[in-house]
Design a protein around this ligand. Structure first.
Ligand SMILES: [Zn+2]
Length: 361
């Protein structure tokens, strides 16, 4: 499975067919006996509605997808493909997803973005002054990634060294051990900027925290005092902790939006203003009502989205494609590095189902 879900979503969000052709197929599927019937049914429907080049590409792309489904037996997965664009990307998902087959001028990323919001990846670093273990947690599942250990001389002096020399040497080797872990985190192959839960006995974890660069330090969300051999207990406590944090963050985001709107500050709400702001790259944090969709029309060439029924672009004259405006706003947000939060808070529905905290106004 791809660990960097965020990077994957960003990559997909940057892709679209300039001619507004329905050339990308996005398939989300959780396998069961229903699965093939679902794909058959959707394929039949889409075939009826497409013509010419779009139809040919659809059939070719479906062939590629079916080949892939025969060769890969993962239960939950998502595929994004277009033969015309020589494009084929997939991701295996460790949780069930709603079956969905979308034909559009760009990959449909909303379900992935929701999964990313609900199942934030994080790491747990369990450490003492001579031993450390890193666990990555993705979609609530734990994967042990790396062990570190160091030969640190015993706390109590022995042999002919002076007390001072002994302490210096001991401190030096502990520090070297911390640096080794820090460097491993900074290298980027086991750690990619996720939240961190720091745990372990005694003062080692706090000493380690002090030598971290601010960028990593600010991702530490909790520090847990626990013995090195209570690994199981630590892992059991950590997973609910992160989902509570996510719930709190979602709540606080909506509160922040309300505050900004009340004081006429850095916020917008409602489809029209949010769309305008996100296209300008002003959005810092996009807040979307979980299941809200809105039909609209998009010119991929000009990247114009209209909420009223228009079939030809008023700027370039090309064909507009029918889209979910919320999905388009989400794609603009991902392309401009905005954060995305999904919520069922009643306030967001009152505010027009969507809103955003802005970087500037
Ligand atoms: Zn246009």
């Amino acid at each position: 499975m791809c660990k960097d879900l965020n990077g994957f979503i960003k990559e997909l969000s940057s892709i679209y067919d300039r001619d507004s052709m329905n050339t990308y197929i996005s398939l989300y599927i959780s396998r069961s006996s229903e699965q093939l019937r679902f794909v058959d049914r959707r394929e039949k429907t889409c075939k009826l509605l497409l013509t010419g080049e779009e139809l040919k590409n659809f059939l070719d792309t479906m062939d590629d997808i079916r080949d892939f489904l025969v060769k890969n037996h993962e239960k939950n997965l998502a595929v994004f493909a277009s033969r015309k664009h020589n494009f084929f990307k997939y991701i295996f998902l460790p949780v069930e997803v709603k079956n969905l087959l979308v034909v559009d001028s760009s990959p449909y990323i909303r379900l992935l973005a929701r999964l990313h919001d609900e199942w934030e990846s994080f790491i747990i670093l369990l450490m003492s002054s001579n031993y450390a273990k890193i666990f990555s947690v993705t979609f609530g599942k734990i994967r042990h990634t790396k062990n570190f250990s160091a030969d640190i001389i015993n706390k109590h002096k022995k042999g002919g060294w002076s007390q001072a020399r002994f302490q210096r040497k001991r401190k030096g080797s502990i520090h070297a051990f911390y640096l080794q872990i820090r460097d491993a985190l900074q290298k980027g192959d086991i750690y990619m900027g996720e939240k961190i839960i720091l745990a372990g006995p005694g003062t080692a974890k706090n000493q380690f925290k002090d030598i971290l660069p601010q960028k990593i330090k600010s991702n530490i969300v909790d520090i847990i005092d626990i013995s090195i051999d209570e690994e199981k207990k630590l892992l059991e406590e950590s997973i609910p902790l992160i989902s509570q944090l996510e719930e709190r963050k979602s709540y606080e985001t909506v509160q922040q939006l309300k505050r900004e709107i009340l004081r006429d500050g850095l916020a917008v709400y409602g489809i029209r203003d949010t769309l305008h702001a996100v296209k300008n790259g002003q959005v810092e944090l996009l807040i979307i009502e979980k299941d809200y969709k809105l039909r609209g029309y998009l010119c991929e060439n000009c990247q114009i989205v209209e909420t009223e029924e228009i079939y030809r672009c008023r700027y370039c004259g090309k064909k507009m494609s029918e889209v979910d405006v919320v999905e388009e706003i989400l794609e603009f947000a991902e392309r401009t590095d905005a954060e995305v939060e999904f919520t069922d808070a009643e306030e967001i529905s009152k505010l027009g189902h969507i809103g955003a905290i802005l970087r500037y106004k």
